[in-house]
Write a protein that binds this ligand. Sequence first.
Ligand code: AMP
Length: 314
Amino acid sequence: VTRPGNPETTDTVAGLRRRLDDWRSAGLRVGLVPTMGALHAGHRSLIRRARRQTDRVVVSVFVNPLQFEDRAQFSAYPRDRATDRAQLRAARVDLCFAPTRRAMLPAGFATRVAVLRGTHGWEGADRPGHFEGVATLVARLLSLAGPVRAYFGEKDAQQLAMVRRLVRDLGLPVEVVGCPTVREPDGVACSSRNRLLTASQRRAGASLPQAVRAALSAYQAGERSGETIARRAGDVIAAEPGASLGYAAVVDPDTFEPQVAASARGLVIVAARVGPVRLIDSARLGDRRLAARAARWTSSPPGPPPGPRPPPGT
Ligand code: AMP
């Protein structure tokens, strides 16, 4: 069903195909931004980049059941269709693909896509089946939409590396564009999950960017042991009573193997459970701009959560 309006929205594969075929035959370059909705400033930065680099921007909004370990987490994931639509309109997105579960995963769907390298550790270890669920859905989305470019956040660094690997291995004709992590004033990476945190949990969440900051400072100060830098980061989170450390590591950005000798392109990656959610963060050790910006991160979180809120009682 394709409804006219701004943005044009379709919830069917046929609607998506029809519109994209039209654009492609007119010689227009299509950019795809896959999301799970509950849109925030991070998503908006991906959309802005897509608008600069392509002629038509499609944003998909689909909470992917394949990538959640259990039903409770899938159900608890924030959903906010009305606000999403307003944001897509403001960002001047050309098409919103918001498929029903049946359209995205039709009855009888029996295929899984697994990237076998770089997906077992870290997020993969803590969330069995997660990356296979992501890879399966991303492969299907890329194949349905056929964009020239697809936009992913560096915030989900291991996911980005996996998608790059998937696209290379399957020879998919799409350029994967990684976009920098957008942060709140206290350094916490924007995430749909942040809305599930209370004010004090939100403060505990600031230990993740502070851990990243500690790793970058150690690297800048000349420390080159990956293990030592990782420990510096982990100690910051361990010292925060409201956060429970999942991991802190220094890894190669492509393989996600630990870096024994840390390099400028090495990534510090951290994860912690804060209240009801898992938060992650990461950065390149040699990112001097981020290191400079980190010095200005405020110590208290912003008041109300970001983005327009639905009026009370809705
Ligand atoms: P999600 O809706 O959480 O699946 O995210 C959709 C896309 O937005 C993914 O490619 C994410 O990596 C990206 N993204 C999420 N949060 C941020 C952020 N704070 N900065 C940049 N990109 C982000």
